[in-house]
Design a protein around this ligand. Structure first.
Ligand code: NAD
Length: 360
């Protein structure tokens, strides 16, 4: 079986980390008997340099025609890069927003997983960490407060600003379906997070999630208010499997959940549309401060590639093999500089990719 993968290496450390993710994907494909064909595409600063714009029609149409997109990261140093002298709609980040919109990526997945070997980087106490945690935050990405009508006006002589939080039932249903489908591939628990004691949009959210849950009798559904969830993430993170939530709550909670793992170079992410198609990228940026030095941690991108196999290609075994290979390399004591601790063997980007590919 063959799959078409669009690859956007991007800027800064992007090309270095994506190269290692492809190397690991190739090892998994060879072992599990499928083929991956790559098309490399420009976006962000690299596209500005070549085409004068951060995203071209060509990149969008090739991405659309592929089974999935693997991305590094885009952007440069805002203080020194000439890309940031351009108007906002022509800067690297506009490419990212543009492609998310063009591909209708409404579901954002951010796993937060604590590796036993990296426990020292976790800011929580051992007592709270317990046996560790392994959760995915499923955040609605194209609706809610960030996309509602907004304006600022004078009311009774006072400057008054209004933002609106709108969701219709279809928008809620499609993200809820995603969360339940993902839970089916995991520990079969969905915690839907809202503010149903105050907001109408949350009450509709809760009602629609309940309806969707009826189609997934094997998945356990619970509800939690967002303020409580913010507390529970630092009090008992081990209780969560899949957290399902709307755009703004997800924005805040996914950053909180990733930060409790303590290691930015380890955090993967995926953005999906209604089909199996998705764009997979690390949660971190293009790290211009270390670009070209060969020391970037490629693991977040490698784990994003594992998600690509699981969610877009249904190659679950190959995805598990990559995740287990990452665990094995860490337990053997190999680390890139960003996650290094005493007594470990520090390796560069390329060596880390090689070690993981070998263990797949
Ligand atoms: P950043 O995530 O690039 O870097 C923050 C710090 O973490 C830096 O010290 C960096 O060296 C370190 N770091 C990040 N990833 C690492 C890795 N894999 N291995 C080792 N160290 C790593 O955030 P920033 O400095 O705020 O942003 C830099 C650029 O990235 C900006 O142009 C920003 O707009 C862009 N950015 C892009 C995306 C994306 O493409 N989705 C996301 C966030 C930021």
């Amino acid at each position: 079986m063959g799959y078409k993968i669009a690859v956007i290496p991007g800027d800064g450390i992007g090309p270095e980390i994506v190269k290692q993710a492809q190397r690991v994907l190739d090892a998994a494909a060879a072992k599990y008997g499928f083929e991956l064909g790559y098309t490399s595409l420009l976006m962000g600063g690299a596209s500005i340099d070549a085409n004068g714009v951060p995203l071209t029609e060509e990149t969008v149409s090739i991405a659309k025609a592929s089974d999935a997109v693997l991305m590094g990261s885009i952007g440069g140093d805002a203080k020194t890069s000439p890309w940031y002298q351009l108007p906002p709609n022509l800067r690297p980040e506009a490419g990212l927003l543009g492609i998310r919109k063009a591909l209708n990526l409404f579901a954002n997945l951010r796993p937060a997983y604590l590796y036993e070997e990296l426990k020292a980087a976790c800011p929580l106490s051992d007592e709270v960490i317990g046996d560790g945690f392994d959760m995915v935050i499923v955040r609605e990405l194209t609706g809610g407060l960030y996309f509602g009508e907004r304006h600022t006006e004078m009311v009774d002589g006072l400057r008054t600003a209004t933002d609106t939080l709108v969701y219709n039932e279809n928008e809620i249903r499609r993200i809820a379906v995603k969360a339940f489908e993902i839970a089916k591939k995991r520990r079969k628990k969905v915690c839907s997070v809202d503010k149903a004691n105050v907001l109408d949009s949350s009450r509709l959210w809760r009602a629609v999630v309940e309806e969707v849950a009826k189609d997934y009798p094997d998945v356990e559904l619970s509800h939690m208010l967002v303020d409580n969830c913010a507390m529970q993430l630092v009090k008992d993170p081990g209780q969560f499997d899949v957290i399902l939530t709307e755009n703004m709550f997800g924005d805040i909670l996914s950053d909180e959940a990733s930060m409790v793992t303590g290691s930015i170079g380890m955090l993967s992410s995926a953005s999906l549309n209604e089909t199996k198609f998705g764009l997979y990228e690390p949660s971190h940026g293009s790290a211009p401060d270390i670009a070209g030095k060969g020391i970037a941690n490629p693991i977040a991108t490698i784990l994003s590639a594992a998600m690509l196999l699981r969610y877009s290609l249904d190659q679950d075994e190959a995805a598990n093999a990559i995740e287990n290979a990452v665990k094995q390399v860490l337990s053997e004591g190999y680390r890139t500089t960003d996650i290094a601790s005493e007594g470990c063997t520090v390796v560069g980007t390329e060596k880390m990719g090689e070690l993981i590919a070998e263990r797949v």
